[in-house]
Write a protein that binds this ligand. Structure first.
Ligand code: GLC
Length: 423
């Protein structure tokens, strides 16, 4: 293992507090540019939905489409922030060697037929009863109302043909009709960040910012449009596309090899889909590894969780993946590398939250919950602590008012709430 290279890498992934303050300021600037329809790295997509009252009731189908697993759930909203899950089916969109609905060879029709099939299973093949469906579709889409989200571009390395440029609910409706389920009516489509905000707001008020920190990363907030003629509504920032960050050679290599070079630059530095890749590029360099080696964000988590003195988990992982025996000290250094990659991710995400907070609360920041869903936030070691550290470094005393709150399963509940708000 090349120790000199490792030292250099640790420096390259280090991010200074000045850089982070700059990130926060640029995020705020880009939001405000976007609101004036001026050039910005943020897509600032209108959701055509505001915040729920919490009194929404009824039975709805919720479709959560945006990560490796597809979820279809029948949800009953009871009002007062209460709900129950009546039936739920989760299936992967890709099973290596069996099927793949998200790769470049996959076609829209097959993908949506697969989804319609799962919806049919959830409603036990019922072709009579009327079902309203809320759809959490977690990709950048341009909307002119709550129904017609048109996919701008795939992200997170999805590549199914025939979906970009199309209204996804139309594709879904056509598939439902092909299978005789015209009784299922998609009536609302929202981004997953929006779903999480709706889910949190359904249960309690005073929540204006939500984020997904998982396979992908993105943030939305409730925009009041004070002083302009816009209607208050939730704005999906598509913050994964923010591009004013200091990048290093590994970021650039990953970017060049990705499905969409030069897009989603922030997402490629922070989200679960990519932080394992960054680590992989580093490991290839450190071990001059020939052949294909790969580490995922789950491996990063295992590395960071190895607390035993001799670091057996890390050493075993390196033997398995690279075929090299390493010393305890080398394992320690590998752990440091995993730590800087993960910490940088957490610092950047928290800095971006500061930019959103400054936009919403230009005077001073009141007690406020930022709700977050996603496995990186929920499970990755070092993330929460480093996020709070950055909030503190950027916001000073005001950071005591900001709480980062896990909102588990918001994509499903939010879809049902969106359907109820638009029935
Ligand atoms: C990607 C998508 C975005 C989504 C996020 C989290 O960034 O572009 O729409 O919210 O992943 O799933």
């Amino acid at each position: 293992m090349d120790d000199k290279k490792l030292k250099k890498m640790l420096c390259e992934f280090n991010i200074t507090i000045d850089d982070l303050k700059q990130t926060a300021a640029c995020v705020r600037y880009d939001i405000e540019q976007g609101l004036k329809n001026k050039p910005t790295s943020l897509k600032m997509l209108k959701s055509y939905i505001g915040l729920p009252s919490g009194a929404e009731t009824g039975e709805y189908l919720a479709l959560d489409f945006g990560g490796t697993n597809l979820r279809v759930v029948l949800v009953r909203l009871d009002g007062n922030g209460k709900y129950s899950i009546i039936k739920k089916i989760v299936k992967p969109l890709k099973v290596p060697g069996v099927y793949d609905f998200i790769g470049a060879q996959a076609k829209a029709e097959d993908l949506f037929d697969f989804i319609a099939g799962i919806i049919a299973e959830v409603i036990d093949g019922d072709k009579k009863k009327k079902y309203f469906l809320g759809h959490t579709f977690s990709f950048p889409s341009s909307q002119t109302n709550i129904y017609n989200a048109r996919l701008i571009t795939w992200t997170k390395e999805f590549a199914t043909s025939g979906v970009e440029g199309h209204v996804v609910n139309d594709l879904l409706k056509e598939a439902l009709i092909r299978q005789g389920f015209g009784n299922v009516e998609p009536i609302a489509v929202i981004n997953d960040t929006v779903a999480v905000l709706l889910a949190a707001a359904y249960k309690s008020s005073d929540t204006y910012i939500s984020s997904i920190y998982a396979t992908g990363h993105n943030t939305c907030y409730f925009e009041t449009y004070q002083g302009s003629d816009g209607k208050p509504m939730i704005i999906n920032l598509e913050i994964g596309g923010f591009n004013k960050l200091v990048v290093n050679e590994y970021d650039n290599r990953l970017n060049a090899d990705s499905e969409l070079p030069d897009q989603q630059r922030m997402e490629k530095m922070v989200s679960g889909r990519y932080i394992g890749e960054l680590f992989t590029y580093c490991m290839q360099d450190l071990f001059a590894a020939v052949g294909k080696i790969h580490f995922s964000s789950i491996d990063l988590s295992a590395i960071l969780n190895d607390e035993e003195t001799e670091l057996p988990v890390i050493r075993k992982l390196i033997i398995e993946r690279i075929g090299v025996e390493i010393t305890r000290q080398e394992a320690e250094n590998i752990k440091k590398l995993a730590a800087v990659i993960v910490s940088r991710s957490a610092h950047i995400v928290a800095a971006s939250f500061c930019g959103v907070l400054w936009h919403i609360f230009p005077e001073n920041i009141p007690a406020h919950n930022i709700v977050i869903d996603g496995s990186v936030f929920e499970k990755m070691p070092l993330v929460t602590d480093n996020m709070y550290r950055t909030l503190n470094e950027i916001l000073g005393d005001e950071s005591a008012n900001v709480r980062l709150v896990l909102e588990n399963g918001g994509s499903v509940l939010g879809a049902a709430v969106a359907a109820a708000m638009n029935k």
